[in-house]
Design a protein around this ligand. Structure first.
Ligand code: NAD
Length: 437
């Protein structure tokens, strides 16, 4: 395939060199003369393992050439990949000027190009950029219609500097954010040499995914560093500690706890996060990330409260009160805290939890709930229907299949699902509200 690649930084250079090596005819475009001359001399403009040899090989075979001439590059190729920089501005916002200016320029060339052209955006941009800013500029400057006269999709890159060639050839997946199905087939052909699965989603999700991945990586680094620093102060080897931590691929290195839902609670997580934070304080170690965990959790609880009280209703019904489905443990359940706050503000509450029989809870569980919500037994009703018929807003607190079956039938009540018990919320009416989906 004939491909033009705009922006010969890390991403563009690696993409251009590797695609050329795999048999595509590639023209690399940049505005920096030095980079163009370096590549055309068969040398590498970036310091990176393996890439120098690949560039020497593909330039020698005439599979790759670099140029200033974007007009000619677009006219002589079927596909363009946009890999220009998107640096930070002083206020943290993304500087989109390179992407937007280039898009206008590409549009001007497309205006007079008779054959169909596909634009694959790879630069990391905030969600919504492609559809709200890039496509309007392309349409305006070309006078043409997207998905009719030309195609646009978003294909984030997941390589890391220092191991970019190996990352390019062994990605976890290929993501294509698209509106038209043609983009998926085209990317499948461009990357046919990769053994990674190709996942299709909408453009906004693909844009956001890159930020989510990088933020999660940053979060993991800071978590490991805070734990290591704390361990060191305690005379524990942080490497050995984290080596053991990583051996748990059920709860630690897995998808567990990564689905958006409600705040954490129960008899362990709140208590133990508090204890670790106290330990850090005693050791004079600030641990800002660990300190922020309960703050983040409280904020989520706050969002739940705001959503429930946004309907100007007074009668609130809870389906589920324990901190998760399948247990009657009410200790530090975020739903108990939510219920307590609503009661304090004068809301009328009705509660049903398939696993909780208030007359039959004992010990610390009983002591906790009696201290938080005295006379809670008066709020409990005997069935899901009792809650539904006597409430204006139904709050789904935790998972149970019977709640999910009931929720699907509710037409004339607002439903706030804090636990995502409905797999496909789009199948429900607009009286169904999720807290973070
Ligand atoms: N560096 C990485 O490891 C990495 C990984 C994944 C994604 N990304 C993202 O990919 C994008 C590119 O990153 P990078 O590190 O390669 O950037 P970079 O800043 O190293 O390179 C960008 C290149 O674009 C060129 N350029 C600017 N305007 C141009 C135009 N109108 N036409 C042609 N070329 C133009 C610049 O001269 C420069 O050579 C960014 O959005 C970045 O966030 C980077």
């Amino acid at each position: 395939m004939k491909i033009s690649i705009f922006g010969l930084g890390y991403v563009g250079t690696v993409t251009a060199a590797c695609l050329a090596r795999e048999g595509h005819e590639v023209i690399g475009i940049d505005i920096n003369r030095e980079k163009i001359d370096t590549i055309n001399a068969g040398k590498c403009p970036i310091v990176e393992e393996k890439i120098g040899e690949i560039i020497a090989e593909v330039v020698g075979r005439r599979q790759l050439e670099a140029s200033f001439d974007s007009k000619s590059a677009i006219n002589h190729t079927d596909v363009s990949m946009i890999c220009v920089g998107t640096p930070s501005q002083d206020n943290g916002d993304t500087d989109l000027s390179f992407v937007l200016r280039l898009s206008e320029k590409i549009g001007q060339v497309l205006k007079n190009k008779s054959s169909f052209h596909t634009l694959i955006y790879r630069s990391t941009v905030p969600p919504g950029t492609t559809e709200e800013q890039v496509i309007p500029r392309l349409e305006e400057s070309s006078g043409k219609k997207v998905y009719v006269d030309f195609d646009v999709c978003f294909n984030p890159e997941f390589l890391r500097e220092g191991s970019s060639v190996s990352d390019f050839y062994n990605p976890p997946f290929t993501i294509v954010g698209q509106q038209s199905r043609a983009a998926q087939q085209l990317l499948g052909r461009i990357y046919s040499f990769l053994h990674a699965p190709l996942h299709v989603t909408n453009i906004k999700t693909a844009e956001m995914l890159k930020y989510v991945c990088n933020s999660y990586h940053a979060l993991k680094i800071c978590f490991a560093n805070e734990i290591g620093s704390l361990a060191r102060k305690l005379g524990i080897d942080g490497f050995e500690l984290m080596r053991l931590f990583m051996l748990d691929d059920k709860q630690n290195l897995s998808g567990m706890y990564l689905k958006p839902g409600f705040a954490y609670g129960g008899s362990c997580l709140p208590k133990d996060v508090r204890a670790l934070n106290y330990l850090a304080k005693r050791l004079d170690y600030p641990a800002p990330l660990l300190n922020a965990v309960p703050l983040s959790n409280n904020e989520h609880l706050e969002q739940g409260y705001k959503l429930i009280t946004s309907f100007n209703a007074r009668k609130i019904g809870f389906l589920g009160l324990s901190f998760k489905g399948g247990t009657d443990d009410l200790r530090e359940s975020p739903l108990v805290l939510l219920a307590e706050r609503l009661i304090g503000k004068g809301y009328e509450l009705l509660i049903y939890d398939i696993n909780v029989n208030v007359a039959r809870i004992f010990g610390a569980n009983k002591a906790y709930i009696e201290a938080e919500i005295p006379h809670i037994e008066k709020l409990f009703v005997n069935s899901i229907d009792d809650v539904i018929f006597n409430s204006e807003v139904i709050v789904i607190g935790n998972y149970d299949k019977q709640y999910a079956d009931a929720v699907r039938k509710i037409k004339d009540r607002e439903i706030v699902d804090l636990s995502r018990i409905i797999e496909d919320p789009s199948s429900l009416r607009d009286n169904y509200h999720g807290i973070c989906w």
